[in-house]
Design a protein around this ligand. Structure first.
Ligand SMILES: Cc1ncc(COP(=O)(O)O)c(C=O)c1O
Length: 366
């Protein structure tokens, strides 16, 4: 195993076995005499890999047949603009068309601001005044039925706020940024119009963006969308209109295989709950550590916490690193610490972190 546990928010730790396999196959993939990075995306071996990767994703997330899966580039942020460009068509920028947003943290706020260049952003819920520590009650989401869609961020990677429910029977399509919790638990894909995720947390390395889109939302792109980022054209071309991020797709395929071997999302969900529970319990049972998020909305992936005495922050980070617990510094807008415990963080990493936290408190804050 590796010596360190890496709590980075993203790009994040990758499963150890995936990295080992990639290392083994790096110089010669599928007896091609070349790396997977060095062969054509149109060759039969790579096409087979991409197809299998899609099939595995469909199986893991139970994606219905009337949804297309796209492997794109550009990351999560690019989608903040590409979604309106692809879904609003001629209505884009007409000054009347609205898009609804649930503003639960920094990322959904950013997407609403960027979206306002293309349509009127209608904030139907905002957690801003409380400091982004909650999600709306599932029975109290009132969308505008005339809006083009409702955008949510299912896990706020900076604030540590997560939706643990799917918004059911919404009268307008639900578009979800699942960049930081996709594949961490089961979801009901059929309740969404579009799901997107930058890969670099739970899927693989940066450079790949997965988009899952219901077929009836295709064919609505503005004429200003570049072809390579046009969902409809990419869906028609199996995401191979242009050169896809082949190495990232290869790593994703290894990640998905491992997830399947480990029992899929049922097992992942149990493990993620257990890891998060362990860390929140340590925080709640201490005098030194604090997480401000409402209990029902506390993320299983992203756990920010502050120290009651912030003058201990630097020492905490230094000692954590000496214990091989790395990248725990919190986001600059929230301060304190942030432990990102995605799928690939083994439970041993959380045990090591909680043991260290208890020991640190006993030594410096008892
Ligand atoms: C929830 C969420 N959405 C969007 C983004 C932006 O993604 P990218 O940096 O891939 O553009 C991030 C980045 O961390 C994120 O956590």
């Amino acid at each position: 195993m590796r010596e360190t546990y890496n709590f980075c928010a993203g790009p994040a730790t990758m499963p150890y076995n995936v990295l080992k396999t990639a290392q083994k196959e790096l110089l010669d993939w599928e007896q091609q005499g070349a790396s997977v990075m060095e062969v054509s995306h149109r060759g039969k071996e790579f096409i087979a890999l991409a197809k299998e990767c899609e099939a595995d994703l469909r199986e893991l997330l139970n994606i219905p047949v009337n949804y297309k899966v796209l492997f794109l580039q550009g990351g999560g942020l690019a989608q903040f603009g590409l979604i309106p460009l692809n879904l609003l068509g001629d209505k884009m920028g007409d000054g009347k068309t609205t898009v609804d947003y649930l503003e639960t943290g920094v990322w959904s706020k950013k997407s609403a601001i960027e979206g306002s260049r293309y349509a009127v952003s209608n904030i139907v819920y905002s957690g801003k005044s409380e400091g982004y520590i909650n999600v709306p009650d599932k029975n109290a989401i009132n969308v505008n039925p005339e809006s083009a869609y409702l955008h949510i961020c299912s896990n706020e990677t900076i604030n540590g706020v997560e939706f643990f429910y799917d918004i059911k029977n919404c009268p307008i399509p639900v578009v979800a940024d699942m960049s930081s919790n996709i594949l961490s638990r089961r979801i009901d894909v059929s309740q969404y119009g579009l799901i997107y995720a930058g890969a670099q947390k739970n899927i693989g390395p940066a450079g790949l963006t997965v988009v899952i889109i219901r077929e009836d939302l295709l064919g609505k792109a503005s004429k200003f969308v570049p072809d390579a980022l046009n969902y409809t054209l990419q869906a028609e071309n199996d995401s191979m209109l242009n050169t896809p991020p082949t190495f990232a797709i290869y790593l994703m395929s290894l990640v998905l295989k491992e997830l399947k071997e480990k029992g899929g999302l049922v097992e992942m969900e149990k493990l993620n709950h257990k890891k998060a529970f362990m860390l929140y319990s340590t925080i709640d049972n201490s005098r030194l550590y604090r997480n401000p998020v409402h209990v029902d909305a506390r993320s299983n992936m992203t756990i920010p916490f502050t120290l009651a005495d912030p003058t201990l922050d630097a020492l905490f980070l230094k000692e954590a690193e000496a214990h091989n617990l790395i990248n725990l510094k919190g986001h600059r807008s929230v301060g304190g610490m942030r432990a990102s415990i995605y799928n690939a963080m083994p439970i041993e990493g959380v045990i090591a972190l909680t043991n260290f936290m208890k020991d640190f408190e006993a030594r410096y804050y008892s």
